[in-house]
Write a protein that binds this ligand. Sequence first.
Ligand code: ZN
Ligand code: ZN
Ligand code: FE
Length: 750
Amino acid sequence: MRGLVQGVGFRPRVWHLAQQAGLVGEVLNDGGGVLIRLRAGGEALMQALHENSPPLARIDALELRVYTGPLPESGFHIVASAGGAARTGISPDAATCPDCLAEVNDPHNRRHRYAFTNCTNCGPRLSITRAIPYDRAHTTMAAFPMCPACQAEYADPANRRYHAQPNACPDCGPQLALVDATGQPLSGDPLAQAAALIKAGKIVAIKGLGGFQLAADASNEAAVSHLRARKRRPGKPLALMLRDMDMAAKTVALDAPARALLQNWQAPIVLLARIGKVAPSVAPGQPRLGVMLPNTPLHHILMQALDHPLVLTSGNVSGDPQIIDNSEALQKLGCIADYFLLHNRDIANRMDDSVVQMAGNTPQTLRRARGYAPAPLQLHKGFADLPPALAMGADLKNTFCLLKNGQAIVSQHMGDMKSPQTQRDVRHNLALYQKMYDFIPVRVAVDMHPGYFSTRLGQKMGEVVPVQHHHAHIAAVMAEHGLPPNAGPVLGVVLDGLGYGADGTIWGGEFLLADFRQFKRLAHFPPIALPGGDKANTQPWRNLFAHLRAAFGPDADLREQFGPLPVLDRLEAKPLQMLGQMIDQNLNSPVASSAGRLFDAVAAALGLCFERQTYEGEAAMQLQAMAETCTSETGTYLIYTGKGLTWEKLWSGIFYDISNGVATGRIARRFHNALVQGIVRNTLAIAEDKNLQTVVLSGGVMQNRLLFSETRRLLQASGVAVLSPVHYPANDGGISLGQATIASASMQAS
Ligand code: ZN
Ligand code: ZN
Ligand code: FE
């Protein structure tokens, strides 16, 4: 059996079922899966396993074969792995299971209120793994020898903790400590004390499963705004932890898929419409909240003492990833947190919380880390015969991907490669994953961007295969949906921020004819200058200026056309003449066909994030939130001409609306309507022209639910099959998956 079958209690489950059925044989871990040898009864056992597989297991494939080797004479046995080289896969970290939670809540249980309770069906995995094979000595639990009671559980195949490597109890396992910002310990029960401090409005840094988190009472505006000010994070929404489903039902709108997502063992952050009251500073201007349920006993016990949602945001210094080390936390978070809830189990691998949203009834993964990595993706069986490939991903939201034996293993989200700490994480994780999967890179897929850190790192690791950014976005979706390596071409519609184009310019609003081996650029958004280069990514007014200049010409007098408008006054306060010259002379003003920068420009025109964005995507998110307030608005602007997309009429339409006093929300909605209609018409025209039946929608801008859902709905209504990202991000976190499949599939051709 292959899939997620190692380290998840699969062998004991096989043992149980075989014992029950009186079968004779043995079970062992083998290479990438679990091998069961039986004298008889194989089919019935397979059936029983499918019906009763362990909670964390995922069976991707099973094969039945005739076996002629030696077998036990009687009984059923769990035996050691065949051959020293056999590798036990490492499963993702899993949220506390109901059995463990019941023990933690039971005053008569020896694990009552024990924050590190876990079993074969739950608990830390990748986050504590230092080396392979996966056993206790190779995890950060090595420092805690098991007591006799824990050892007995560990050795008993009938016990829920059989071979549970992180097994622990209050007598032998990790311990909590609560200290103040100077490191002085506080007396009393650390969890009860931490809860009391949070209730009193304090900010507590918590050593969570995969890194430090900063906690504050989400109903306390003073505490939350303090946290924002101290963390220098003015606008980006903060995630909330909710005690249980009752609290969830009072805080966000829940339907069946949302309930299932919140409660599954990955316990991700889910973005859901807010219905309850939280402090205004939690998510200013956002109609949705990012919420999650407790994922460790520590979080469960803490939340049980709280009556309100808890802000739980990553404990990092801006730009850097989460801190994982006690002393570094005290040193770097000392000016943010009032108190520290620490423990003495090391975090071996940083693991951010995963983030998922619902688009219609489809989940979309925005960040894939805790709970999901390193679970493999079973690709179409055609990939099994192709050469392995390593892919380095992109520089923002970096992940890497190993492709081997028809499986793609995408790393956890690591973040922005500008941070030296992220670069260290990437090297560290690459080394660990290569060992975990016995992987030696030969060909290494990289982005075409010559300046990417990930590209340069890949060049040091092997023979590189450059892959175009948006081609990779499309291939990732094809891979996730199980398309074969020799699949016919699809029409990929990628709405993105910035990606390096095959012609050396920057792309980001692309209509590509693509398969796993090659692509052709069929159409694209009009290229518009980015005056000031990188500055245009954070200062939306620059994009507004460049767009207006392209739409109306350098000498147009917009005041004459549209009357005196505040936005024109604001714009004219900027050094426009100099910027105009820079664009004309091609100085630090590369052109980009970017969808993301179009959103920034429109947001700026409506006064949203005009000066600057405090985080990536802020302007676009605000524009979307504005548009979502005007559900009944059906007005639009004309952007499709029959020959492609142009922005001239879009801009004159927006400015006429502004000068006529049309509400900002309606203009935002009309812009979304225009973009949806323009993209759909352009897509259908190309699909008909090239006789294509399948459209792939991806790119970071497609995380805009309004844009995505409407575009998909209209395309499907026109009879086109639409594929879109589900379990791998539409943003650059999905790039590595696409790169790896392209590199592997194109090697077959060469
Ligand atoms: Zn458990
Ligand atoms: Zn113990
Ligand atoms: Fe991208």
